[in-house]
Design a protein around this ligand. Structure first.
Ligand SMILES: Nc1nc2c(c(=O)[nH]1)N[C@H]1C(S)=C(S)[C@@H](COP(=O)(O)O)O[C@H]1N2
Ligand SMILES: [Mo]
Length: 197
């Protein structure tokens, strides 16, 4: 049965697939709870904590530099999808519009629906991270986090908050939803950081 949806990586692919992962043929949806529906008129992204508080509207985001990304996607439940094509805004481009206190060393992602997940500032500010609003040249479907999600390709995908609406900058580490429920604080797939000790 499982073979219908997953396959073992070919040798070309296998160098890109972290240990314990199988390739998914489709693009599964993995959500805890309901998919929130947010109209673009009502949509907001706020920053607070150790940053000058600011609220971004959809048009603020659309005025920011737009980039294309290709990234592999690794879910801790053992599926990976290679070469996902996204369009959005680089985190480092977005952060040019945010005034962060240098004491901020951690970030809590907040999402519509109440989901949270934590990343260190170092993991958050990587050049390959982005906020996505299109996937495979289509508007990001609500189930995959539309209108906007974060994508942090070098960590397990639970760190890629769907329907992101807040970034809280912190001078200490706090744990998000899955991290409070036994998952690893960082979640690096090549080191198989799945669960906390
Ligand atoms: N807001 C929110 N973001 C979330 C989740 C969630 O339940 N809620 N699930 C996470 C998990 S465990 C994974 S694997 C990916 C799945 O993204 P996808 O549904 O687009 O495949 O989103 C992550 N981001
Ligand atoms: Mo996941």
């Amino acid at each position: 049965m499982l073979g219908q949806f997953f396959h073992k990586p070919t040798s070309d692919e296998s160098a890109r697939v972290p240990p314990g992962q199988h390739l998914s043929k489709g693009f599964p949806v993995l959500t805890y709870g309901e998919t929130p529906q947010i109209s673009l008129e009502d949509w907001q992204l706020k920053v607070w904590g150790l940053a000058t508080p600011k609220t971004f509207t959809w048009s603020d985001l659309m005025a920011m530099p737009k980039s294309n990304f290709t990234a592999d996607f690794h879910c801790v439940t053992h599926w990976s999808k290679l070469e996902v094509k996204w369009t959005g805004i680089k985190v480092t481009d977005f952060m040019k519009f945010v005034e962060v206190n240098p004491q901020a060393i951690h970030v809590m992602e907040h999402c519509y629906g109440g989901y949270t997940t934590n990343v260190s500032m170092e993991d958050f500010l990587r050049e390959d991270n982005f906020f996505a609003y299109e996937v495979f040249d289509e508007p990001l479907p609500p189930d995959h986090g539309g209108p906007l999600r974060l994508v942090v390709p070098h960590l397990y995908a639970w760190k890629s908050g769907k329907w992101i609406n807040g970034l809280e900058f912190l001078d200490h580490e706090e744990l998000g939803f899955w991290e409070q429920n036994g998952y690893h604080k960082r979640g690096e797939p090549w080191a198989e950081e799945r669960y906390s000790d």
